[in-house]
Ligand binder design. Structure first.
Ligand code: TRH
Length: 377
């Protein structure tokens, strides 16, 4: 029998909430034959990742997923066999009653935020609160055994490997975005929040002896790019050169295409949660702009990830990449850290591949969820 899943997503801000849930919903359908309804409160954010979304519809099918607009006025709906509240979002109270009224209670899980902190392994899979007789469980993604793993579609790394070996396919993809790779330049993608450290990083690239071509999808960091260039109102397609650095503004691409962009680049600056994971699957060195949280708790998450990620690196390479990430996340001067990172480029590139393979040797998050349900039932 087909297992029915309901995934609830509130778009708090940005694109991570919908990015993660949309990816998970598709994978459950495509690889586990689940029937998935994805409830989303903000279809406009969704449309940026998946332009086929019709923002006026209450219900629509997209890639095998039943996409439902999560309305402010909830209408009675049967509860599914498995219910996922993404990132601790609050389910409609009428839906919680529907869960409790089922002859057999559903499996109810909170899909939590990704963190490399030690405590995650101790909390993953534990019971959380109860509503009537319906028990909720914590489900934590993560980087090590004892966590729920990372979202990774079947065959992803093979597709990536093929694409990265195919210069023609990369050129065609980039041309589709209006990018003619600057000959001899290293390609960098830049997806970040506002960042005071950007000027020093760009300055270091512009005045160095290596050539760089930085691709910036439209978004929050563009203001800093404009300030550094001294140009207002940058739009998609703009290309500006300063010394050894070429900066180009790209459109915000659909989610599948974003992978291809990461795969083309020699170095990826990413942020939040989903792009951060995709950069790891790209197998290239990266820079993470972590989502800022109150009381700087995100800095502990940053350190926890750095500790795990840098295992196996030589001390100088570890210092270079950690220094770069810390400076970026503090909005500090990037120049010296960038210089040292480039000095260890080769080791960091090998390390990124090894990290990717190690992570891919674990069960992926969708499979782990399905298994959790199998064990629970
Ligand atoms: O957008 P983010 O910063 O998202 C989040 C949210 O802030 C969220 O509330 C918070 O919980 C989380 O961070 C930690 O970054 P993220 O997670 O990388 O999501 C971006 C999504 O957008 C991801 O699925 C990739 C996608 N994307 C595209 O589809 N096209 C693009 O051009 C780009 C740059 C990204």
């Amino acid at each position: 029998m087909t297992v029915r899943w309901d995934i609830f997503c509130t778009v708090v801000d940005n694109f991570g909430d919908i990015g993660v849930t949309w990816r998970l919903a598709r994978q459950l359908v495509a690889e586990h034959r689940c029937a998935v309804r994805l409830w989303v409160d903000d279809l406009r954010a969704f449309e940026r990742l998946c332009p086929e979304i019709d923002v006026t519809l209450a219900a629509q099918w997209q890639q095998g997923v039943e996409v439902r607009h999560w309305p402010s006025q909830w209408r009675p709906t049967d509860a599914a066999d498995v219910v996922i509240a993404a990132f601790a979002c609050q389910l409609p109270s009428a839906y919680m009653d529907a869960m409790a009224e089922r002859p057999r209670a559903p499996l109810w899980m909170n899909l939590d935020y990704l963190s490399a902190e030690d405590w995650v392994t101790g909390c993953h899979g534990l019971p959380s609160v109860k509503y009537k007789q319906v028990q909720k469980y914590f489900f934590f993604p993560g980087f090590r055994e004892g966590t729920g793993g990372l979202l990774r579609e079947a065959g992803l790394l093979e597709r990536r490997r093929k694409f990265q070996q195919d210069a023609e396919a990369q050129a065609v993809f980039l041309q589709g975005l209006g990018v003619d790779r600057v000959p001899g330049a290293s390609l960098i993608s830049l997806f970040a929040y506002e960042n005071a450290g950007l000027a020093s990083w760009f300055e270091a690239m512009a005045t160095g002896c290596e050539a760089f071509h930085v691709l910036v999808p439209e978004g929050r960091v563009l203001g800093d790019v404009e300030r550094w260039l001294g140009i207002e109102g940058l739009t998609v397609g703009a290309v500006h050169r300063r010394g050894a650095l070429t900066v180009q503004v790209l459109p915000f691409v659909r989610q599948d295409q974003y992978d291809l962009l990461l795969w083309c680049c020699d170095f990826n600056a990413v942020r939040g949660e989903d792009s951060f994971v995709r950069a790891q699957w790209a197998g290239r060195p990266m820079l993470w702009h972590i989502y800022q949280q109150e009381e700087d708790v995100h800095l502990e998450k940053l350190e926890a990830f750095l500790r795990l990620y840098s295992e196996g690196l030589s001390a100088p390479a570890e210092q270079a990449i950690s220094g770069l990430w810390r400076a970026w996340n503090a909005g500090q001067d990037m120049a010296e850290h960038w210089k040292s990172t480039r000095e260890h480029q080769q080791e960091l590139a090998q390390h990124a591949q090894a990290w990717c393979l190690e992570q891919a040797s674990r069960p992926d998050l969708a499979a782990a969820l399905v298994k959790f349900y199998g064990n629970w039932i």
